[in-house]
Structure formats: C-alpha cells, structure tokens
Design a protein around this ligand. Structure first.
Ligand code: VIB
Length: 225
C-alpha cells in the first residue's frame, strides 16, 4: 500500500486504538476459547441491534452513490449484513435458546446507542466520503481481527467461536473490505485538508466506539438507572 493513499493515513492514525482492541480481554479470551458464554451472548444480542442500524448505513450509501456500480456494491453489503452476518448471530443465539424475536427486542445499551446514533448522524448530515470513513473501521478492524485469529494455533478448534472467526477471516469479507478501502481512497482524492481531517475524525471516533463496544460486552454494560 503506497503511503500516498488516504487509507494509509487513516490506518496509521487508528493503529494504536486497534491494537488496544486486539489486547482487550474480550478478544484475547475469544481467541483462546475461554470467553464466558454470557459475555458472548450479550455481545451477540447487542451486535444484532447494532447491525440493524448499521445495515441502514449501506442503504444510505447506495442512495448517496454517484454511479450504478457503487450503488450495487452497497446493495451487496446490505444483503450480506442482513442475510449472512445477522444469520450467524441468529444461528448462534438459537443454540442458547434466544429466539429471533428476543434478539430483535434487545434493549440497546448506552454504548450501542452512542455508536449507532453516531453512524446514523453521519449518514444524515455527511457526504458519501464521511459515510465511508465512519463505516470503514467496523469492516477493516473486524477483517484484521478475524485474519489474525484464524492464524492462531487452536483458535479454530473451539466449537463455539470457530464460526465467528471463520466469518471475519473469509476471503469474501476480505474482498468487501478491500473494496471499501479503495472507495475511501477514491472519494478522498483531491479533497482539501479541512475535508480530509473531517474524514479522519469520523474514522477515529468510529474506531474508539469499536473499542468501547468490546469493552461494553466484557462489562455486560447496563443502563445505570
Ligand atoms: C460493533 C461491530 N463492529 C463491526 C462489525 C462487523 N461488521 C458489521 S457490518 C459488516 C459488513 C458486512 O456484513 C461487518 C464486517 C460488527 N458486527 N459489529
């Protein structure tokens, strides 16, 4: 990756935050197969309602796109989120006796509200480039986590966490992430520094919210009142 690419600047700015995610006990325990199931179920339920809002971001990306190819790619991502990623969550939670209705009725925690509303605010008020900057850490960081975990000895042997790791380390998911990174670079081309730093801010805030999401799940966060 050439250093002139805007995505490289984003990566460097977010790297310390992403490393903190890799070191978070939720993820180190997940990759070691020792994460408690109550934490994992809590995460899946919160992530399910998170993904409902996140999917809307792809729909809005499709609306804001300037060409049919980009529209189609966002539609593919929307389809993938609703039917592949959320299906994994439905299958996982079914094993623990949580129905689809219960999943959909999950009360979003404070961190889930913060993250999803931040994304939807970007979609409502931002340019297509801002939307892509805000959604990219979610895809890119999961791709990095999935790929790193798949290489760890024994990580794929765990009967519960295997499917999760396989999904995020899959080739198809890697290609979708690469496409989003490429789109970010294309949209950033020729923009003035003031605009670029606005994009960087969206990317960094979303990266911080990614960290907070892992932490929320580990703490089984509840509303204080
Ligand atoms: C908090 C949180 N952040 C990122 C993802 C990962 N993710 C969300 S949408 C999407 C793209 C295609 O479905 C991916 C990879 C998640 N599940 N939950």
């Amino acid at each position: 990756m050439s250093s002139s690419r805007f995505s490289e600047r984003l990566y460097q700015a977010a790297e310390p935050l992403w490393l903190k995610c890799h070191e978070h006990p939720f993820l180190t325990e997940l990759s070691a197969g020792t994460l408690s199931t109550d934490r994992f179920i809590y995460y899946l339920k919160q992530d399910y309602v998170y993904l409902i809002d996140y999917a809307k971001l792809f729909a809005i990306g499709s609306v804001k796109a300037r060409d049919v190819q980009t529209m189609a790619k966002f539609a593919e991502l929307l389809h993938n989120t609703l039917n592949v990623e959320m299906e994994l969550h439905r299958q996982y939670t079914e094993k623990f006796g949580v129905s689809r209705e219960q999943l959909e009725q999950t009360v979003p925690s404070p961190t889930t509200v913060a993250y999803t509303k931040y994304l939807l605010d970007t979609a409502a008020h931002g340019s297509l480039a801002e939307v892509v900057a805000a959604l990219l850490p979610c895809m890119w960081s999961y791709c990095e986590i999935g790929t790193a975990f798949a290489k760890r000895p024994g990580a794929l042997d765990h009967p519960l966490y295997r499917e999760w790791i396989l999904m995020y380390s899959s080739e198809e998911f890697g290609e979708l992430t690469e496409w989003c990174i490429g789109l970010m670079d294309k949209l950033a081309e020729g923009l003035p520094e003031a605009e670029l730093s606005r994009l960087e801010e969206r990317f960094i805030v979303a990266s911080k919210l990614e960290y907070m999401f892992w932490d929320m799940a580990y703490r089984l966060e509840e509303w204080p009142v």
